[in-house]
Design a protein around this ligand. Structure first.
Ligand SMILES: Nc1ncnc2c1ncn2[C@@H]1O[C@H](COP(=O)(O)OP(=O)(O)OP(=O)(O)O)[C@@H](O)[C@H]1O
Length: 227
């Protein structure tokens, strides 16, 4: 569960990233974060893996207050939150396999477990034929699928994704959404910052609309009000 109480994020230069956010996200929820450019979507996502800290208020992830975490707790949190970055953040000079194996090796998993996890996810995302390709030679859509594979490999309890379908055609976007939905069914919480109205329509979830750092619409509250 994610609990955000009266949170402001103010960047060092005085820019306001988020203002007075109150939000609770339950285990297994699929949440879309929408809003225009600069509305605060990425800022909200970055809070989830303690990449930035609230300037005011409290953010709790699985009961842990990110503002008072020590180094070990932050490291533990980051191992359990899968992040799909807008610009992928892959190691461009390394192969797909190398990009995927590196984060798994730190868990000291047995080699056959690692191989089977990588094999499974590359097949599911239809990029197995690129297993030994150097990342810089892949298309934008292929890189995006590698980024998704890397984020999901460790079975994280939260996945945050910044525009995960941005470079993909509908068929590949669907492949990723099917995989993410499969994860929510197993209790993984998923937050997706997106402008992609098609996936919001086809894969219903909770929708948050941000404007100038504030939540101006939450479909869950609306559903409550309608009831
Ligand atoms: N590192 C930073 N330093 C200063 N200001 C920042 C920083 N990152 C974001 N901001 C500011 O915080 C506000 C929210 O930015 P954020 O990147 O969260 O928006 P966004 O909704 O994700 O935008 P986009 O759709 O363009 O990615 C903007 O006014 C932005 O200029």
């Amino acid at each position: 569960m994610i609990q955000i109480h009266k949170v402001d994020v103010t960047y060092e230069d005085g820019n306001k990233g988020l203002s007075n956010i109150d939000l609770q996200i339950d285990k297994g929820e699929l949440v879309y974060v929408t809003g225009s450019s600069g509305a605060g979507k990425s800022t909200l996502l970055r809070l989830m893996y303690a990449d930035i800290m609230p300037s005011k208020g409290v953010v709790k992830v699985e009961g842990q207050n990110i503002g008072s975490m020590n180094h070990n707790s932050v490291a533990f949190l980051r191992r359990n939150v899968g992040v799909i970055f807008q610009d992928f953040k892959l190691l461009e000079e390394q192969t797909v396999y190398e990009n995927l194996v590196l984060p798994l090796e730190i868990f000291y998993l047995n080699k056959s477990v690692i191989e089977s996890k990588i094999h499974g996810i590359l097949k599911a995302l239809d990029i197995f034929t690129h297993r030994d390709s150097v990342v810089k030679k892949l298309s934008g859509g292929e890189k995006q699928r590698v980024a998704v594979a890397r984020a999901l490999l460790n079975d994280p309890f939260i996945v945050v994704a910044d525009e995960p379908t941005g470079s993909l055609d509908a068929k590949n976007a669907d492949k990723i959404m099917d995989m993410l939905l499969h994860k929510t069914a197993k209790g993984t919480t998923i937050l997706i910052a997106t402008h992609d109205q098609r996936i919001i329509k086809e894969y219903p979830g909770r929708v948050l609309y941000l404007d100038k750092g504030r939540i101006t619409y939450d479909s869950r509250e609306k559903a409550g009000a309608d009831a």
